[in-house]
Write a protein that binds this ligand. Structure first.
Ligand code: SF4
Ligand code: MG
Length: 315
């Protein structure tokens, strides 16, 4: 269970896109220490942008990211660098982020060496990171192309672990892998969480993957969080029509039996999202109000929030 005394909170509140960056519209999220928060939505909904902001790669145009209760922008430069190291990102395609001309050992050992995080021998240190990521240290002198896709993702994980992160932002971290390898990497993430007390923001378009790993799930649609709840609650009692449509598309016996309509229509342009509730052109329950008035996230059950006008109509 999350330790409230050691609470880690990240809040994001900002609006409107910088050029070519997906808009994020007033998102506020808190991640408890040791928790896995799944962030789900269709491609283009802004979840990668949100992940990059959390990791300090992209700056919000408005609002703040706070790390252990302190606004990142207000930290002195040395503390900010330190905080940024504590948050590491794992990408969908590790191959694109691994320098093809460098040996795996150099890829894993570079950042900790530069940042002075290696106490003893660098080779021993690198071996230890390889083992933590489930890689045989005997392979460390190979180049990225000499590894399989799953092994390359493990190199990406070893590189992230090497700087002793507390928080991992995983952006579609298993999406490019075969299903059997996906399970292995997800198990590695779960195992590392236990052993290293890591916290995760686990971004995926795939609710099936997220269900496997998350304590809580946030559903994102066109730059807004539309629903947020404990994982079991999302899968048992999804409230938002968009979430229910997403669930209908997950190939799970329980959800397909419910007969929710699949999501109709294309994702509208994120640059000019529909008025009111962004989901209204695709929503089977849309009412006149939905076209003009953006629903706010409201508590619908313990720990469960949803942004849909139907929740007002019901009471
Ligand atoms: Fe559908 Fe309206 Fe709810 Fe949006 S607010 S999800 S359009 S019913
Ligand atoms: Mg993405």
């Amino acid at each position: 269970r999350p330790d409230l005394a050691a609470r880690l909170a990240i809040s994001l509140k900002f609006a409107k896109p910088a050029a070519r960056v997906q808009a994020i519209d007033g998102v506020s999220l808190a991640v408890r220490r040791g928790e896995v928060l799944g962030l789900v939505g269709e491609s283009g909904c802004g979840k990668s942008t949100l992940g990059r902001i959390v990791a300090g790669i992209v700056s919000p145009t408005r609002g703040s990211v706070s790390w252990r209760g302190k606004d990142m922008k207000a930290l002195p430069p040395s503390e900010r660098r330190e905080a940024k190291l504590r948050v590491q990102m794992i990408f969908q395609n590790p191959y694109a982020s691994l320098n093809p001309r460098r040996k795996a050992a150099d890829i894993v050992g570079e950042a900790p060496r530069v940042h002075g995080l290696v106490g003893g021998d660098l080779g021993t240190f690198v071996d230890e990171q390889f083992r933590r990521a489930g890689l045989d240290p005997a392979l460390k002198h190979r180049f990225p192309h000499q590894f399989s896709g799953g092994q390359r993702q493990r190199i990406g994980i070893a590189r992230a672990l090497a700087v002793q992160p507390e928080f991992l932002v995983c952006d579609e971290a298993v999406a490019a892998l075969d299903v059997s390898i996906q399970a292995q990497i997800l198990n590695l993430f779960m195992d590392l969480r236990e052993r290293l007390n890591l916290t995760y923001l686990f971004i995926s378009h795939d609710l099936g993957v997220v269900e496997h790993i998350s304590d809580r799930v946030a559903i994102m649609y066109l730059g807004r969080i539309v629903e947020e709840a404990p994982s079991e609650e999302i899968f048992a009692r999804a409230n938002h029509p968009y979430t229910r449509a997403l669930l209908a598309e997950v190939p799970r016996i329980e959800t397909t039996k419910r007969g929710f309509a699949a999501i109709k229509g294309e994702l509208p342009s994120p640059l000019s999202p529909p008025s009111g509730c962004h989901f209204h052109p695709r929503c089977p329950h849309a009412m006149p109000r939905c076209r003009t008035e953006a629903p706010r996230l409201k508590v619908v059950a313990a720990g469960h929030k949803s942004a849909c006008h139907l929740n007002d109509a019901a009471v």
